[in-house]
Design a protein around this ligand. Structure first.
Ligand SMILES: Cc1cc2nc3c(=O)[nH]c(=O)nc-3n(C[C@H](O)[C@H](O)[C@H](O)COP(=O)(O)O)c2cc1C
Length: 260
């Protein structure tokens, strides 16, 4: 029977051999097949979002707070839309209240349908994609987006993440082969409401801000790179602080409307 020293040596040799093999495999793979990390950086197409000259024609307004009249993101996104309407007579507005609508998680049928060519999809697959196609049609039809989004646990509410999962569809809103967005010439205004503050660049809680990055990544992937954020911070820190944040937001709204 092998003594303890023999067994230990055998284990050491086996371990070293395995590590050597994996190191070799890794370097082989790295030198031939692995794509450089830069290959997955989405291409950012040049945006020609509506300007004062080209004029906005169609706003898609989404709210996602489940609260009603006490919601700050809802109130300020509404004020922004009203200001844009006043500055752009005749502009069409499509409204969707995600705060009071179930947006389903993607499921296995949805994923299967997403990767099946449109002409080959079953009735069940078409049904699974029906809401996604409706939401995407709204995104395509509008040239300007206004989103009202609360911060929940440092990011967007679950319903808005479900919305993102419904609309980020390869071959429809972004091209998988070239990693380019297919929603072009759009401008997005995002109104966020947060109970606290300090989430901006260089501020104490910047590292916790997973709200702006997820929106910039998802919409950037779809080609919506022109995003303007209006943050209403400290909504639960008392009226004085909140009123200051609202005054700042309203100044920004006036400037946006004037420039639109
Ligand atoms: C479930 C939940 C999670 C929250 N998480 C955060 C958070 O991570 N950071 C923060 O600053 N505020 C947080 N808040 C406070 C909200 O962001 C704040 O109340 C905001 O005003 C909500 O938007 P609304 O006024 O449009 O409904 C949270 C509130 C709720 C209900």
């Amino acid at each position: 029977m092998a003594d303890q020293k023999t067994v230990r040596n055998a284990l050491l040799i086996t371990g070293a051999a395995a590590a050597g093999y994996f190191l070799w495999k890794y370097t082989q793979h790295g030198s031939t097949a692995a794509a450089p990390v830069t290959d997955v950086t989405p291409t950012r197409p040049t945006s020609t979002a509506p300007t004062k000259e080209t004029k906005m024609t169609h706003i898609l307004h989404l709210d996602s707070s489940p609260r009603g009249s006490s919601s700050h993101s809802r109130m300020v996104s509404g004020e922004l839309v009203e200001a844009l309407k006043a500055a752009n007579p005749g502009v069409t507005v499509t409204y969707r209240d995600l705060g009071h609508q179930e947006i389903p998680y993607v499921n296995e049928t949805f994923i299967g349908a997403m990767y099946t060519p449109a002409e080959a999809r079953s009735a069940e697959q078409n049904e699974a994609l029906a809401l996604s196609m409706e939401l995407i049609a709204e995104l395509k039809a509008a040239d300007t987006y206004v989103f009202g989004i609360p911060m929940y646990n440092f990011t967007v509410p679950g319903v808005f993440k479900s919305y993102i999962d419904q609309v980020v569809v390869a071959g429809v809103t972004w091209d998988l082969a070239t990693y380019t967005g297919l929603l072009l010439n759009k401008k997005a205004y995002v109104v966020t409401a947060r109970g606290g503050g300090g989430y901006g660049p260089g501020e104490a809680r910047e590292v916790h801000n997973s709200q702006d990055p997820v929106l910039k990544s998802a919409f950037g992937l779809m080609g919506v790179t022109d995003m303007d954020f209006i943050h209403i911070n400290n909504t639960i820190r008392g009226d004085d602080v909140l009123n200051g944040a609202l005054a700042e937001a309203r100044e920004k709204i006036a400037a946006i409307a004037k420039a639109s």
